[in-house]
Design a protein around this ligand. Structure first.
Ligand code: ADP
Length: 488
């Protein structure tokens, strides 16, 4: 099949979170299964890492923004693995400091930016005469593509028999905009209604993807169920329940070539399950760099996360004193809401020898934390899939998680009697439940035999893409075979 990926971020070219990890690794896994794969993402400044390897393929591609035509350029990069990457170039929109905004908020023209991006992708597919079987759209920034294909482009021969898959990576980010930006889409006002794109007086890119795509997937089976409930549905639970027959949860994988402690040049000492003792070198260095007491017997916990409510940061703050009293050290790496930045800087003054916060985005430091810590904490309020738990297990580091979404699907509580399980989990979204899980971790850590068993269990897990890529392949094939879905 010919599969096209459309996403607003794609590692290693652009990244703010897990979406980039997925769209950065899934295409080559699908290609490895024998399909032709092409990707489209915006040409941000960060794409310049490709430098001279970028080739200008289409100049002055006309793209309509509410009937006014602007010119985009299209750049191509062949990564030699068989996947062809295209970048939509329009510097006014995409060459900015951030991908979606600044620490003070979203860019006010994100509606224009991503309407433009999506229409440019469709025009590029036509200009390049790409014959697609499936267009796989990711998150709200690509949510209008299924809408375009069933409306403005419905009779366009370039898209005859093309099916769309829409993947929700995080329902909390919906791309909702006021009615005055609706005309920029080029859609008629008949689409601005409850059964289509209207969402509480605004119009929603994400809802567009859910309503119009031929199949909808999300990134874990538990999250697929949870988002049909009022508590986790973000107002879209009804719309999602309507599509439950084609709403499929496929757990993300991680790229085992990228996340590999035996080849990772960012680690002080590389290790594998055969020479696990070397992990201790990374821990020692991490404690030293962070000016924590250097002692292998002190349990060291990492927290690598966006600092937003979704990630459970409020219960971390509430649990902080008790976590410190449990005798652990914590290294935090994250950016997000300003109030959390300040809170953690204040907490650090109180616990200088036990707590080291880094309020930055730093991929290299993230790897050193995964490599050197004994455990990572992932206390999310909701978590569509979560990658940190899979990455940490690959680095022989044990996850302490709230049992929700993909975390519940991938992490099982360690049972010291049976010797089964790969981490520690808590159900209630409270500081108390979190502290109790941290204490179980500390207790297990102190028993060297049990700890060794737990670490081995973690290393036995396989979260590579292999199984999940096959599931996507099945969804592509089923969607391709299916008759065009008529909207009710
Ligand atoms: P989300 O996409 O919701 O942020 P995921 O767990 O799916 O959460 O993915 C987060 C990814 O971003 C992981 O690879 C994690 O290591 C990385 N990450 C998060 N914050 C930082 C940071 N401050 N510096 C470096 N990497 C980070």
């Amino acid at each position: 099949m010919n599969i096209i990926f459309v996403a607003s971020e794609m590692a290693p070219f652009s990244k703010t979170g897990g979406l980039a990890d997925v769209t950065g690794s899934l295409p080559s896994e699908i290609h490895a299964l024998g399909h032709n794969v092409i990707t489209f993402s915006p040409r941000y400044s960060s794409v310049d890492i490709l430098d001279k390897r970028l080739r200008l393929t289409v100049k002055n591609l006309p793209v309509s923004l509410g009937g006014v035509y602007e010119s985009a350029n299209l750049y191509q990069f062949d990564d030699k693995s068989g996947v062809l990457h295209y970048f939509v170039d329009y510097p006014d929109f995409f060459c900015r400091d951030g991908l979606y905004g600044t620490p003070h908020g979203d860019y006010p023209d994100n509606d224009q930016r991503f309407i433009f991006f999506q229409r440019a992708v469709l025009e590029a597919i036509k200009a390049l005469k790409i014959k697609a079987d499936v267009i796989h759209c990711h998150d709200w920034q690509a949510g209008l593509i299924p809408v375009y294909l069933k409306t403005l482009y419905a009779k366009d021969p370039a898209f005859k028999n093309v099916k769309t898959i829409f993947t929700i990576h995080n329902l909390g980010y919906q791309g909702n905009f006021p009615p005055d930006s609706f005309p920029s889409t080029g859609f008629g006002w008949d689409l601005f209604r409850l059964e289509r794109l209207e969402f509480y007086g605004k119009f929603s890119f994400l809802k567009g993807g859910i309503v119009y795509a031929d199949a909808v997937t999300t990134v874990s089976p538990s999250y697929a169920r949870e988002i049909q409930s009022k508590e986790y549905g973000c107002g879209l639970e009804g719309v999602l329940a309507n599509r439950k027959d084609t709403l499929i949860g496929i757990t993300n994988g991680i790229d085992y070539k990228v996340w590999n402690p035996s080849t990772d040049r960012d680690l002080i000492a590389r290790f594998s399950r055969r020479n696990l003792a070397k992990k201790a070198v990374n821990k020692k260095e991490l404690q030293k760099e962070n000016r924590l007491n250097i002692d292998p017997e002190i349990p060291l916990v990492g927290l690598v996360s966006r600092l937003v409510d979704q990630k459970g940061i409020d219960i971390v703050v509430a649990a902080f004193d008790e976590m410190m009293a449990a005798g652990i050290q914590v290294i935090l790496l994250g950016t997000g809401e300003e109030r959390y930045h300040q809170l953690f800087r204040d907490i650090a003054k109180q616990y200088r020898s036990q707590f080291s916060p880094h309020i930055v985005f730093d991929a290299k430091m993230a790897k050193r934390i995964y490599g050197g810590c004994d455990a990572v904490l992932i206390p999310s309020y909701y978590e569509p899939c979560g990658l940190a738990q899979m990455i940490s297990l690959r680095y022989a580091t044990i996850p302490i998680v709230r049992a929700i979404g993909g975390l519940a699907d991938t992490i099982k509580e360690f049972d010291p009697v049976k010797g089964l399980g790969n981490g520690f989990r808590f159900e209630d979204y409270t500081a108390r439940a979190l502290v109790s899980a941290v204490k179980r971790f500390v207790q297990t850590f102190k028993d060297k035999n049990l700890w060794q068993k737990l670490v081995q269990n973690g290393l036995d897990c396989d979260f590579s893409w292999k199984a999940s890529a096959k599931k996507y392949e099945t969804v592509y094939a089923q969607t391709k075979r299916q008759e065009v879905r008529n909207l009710k």
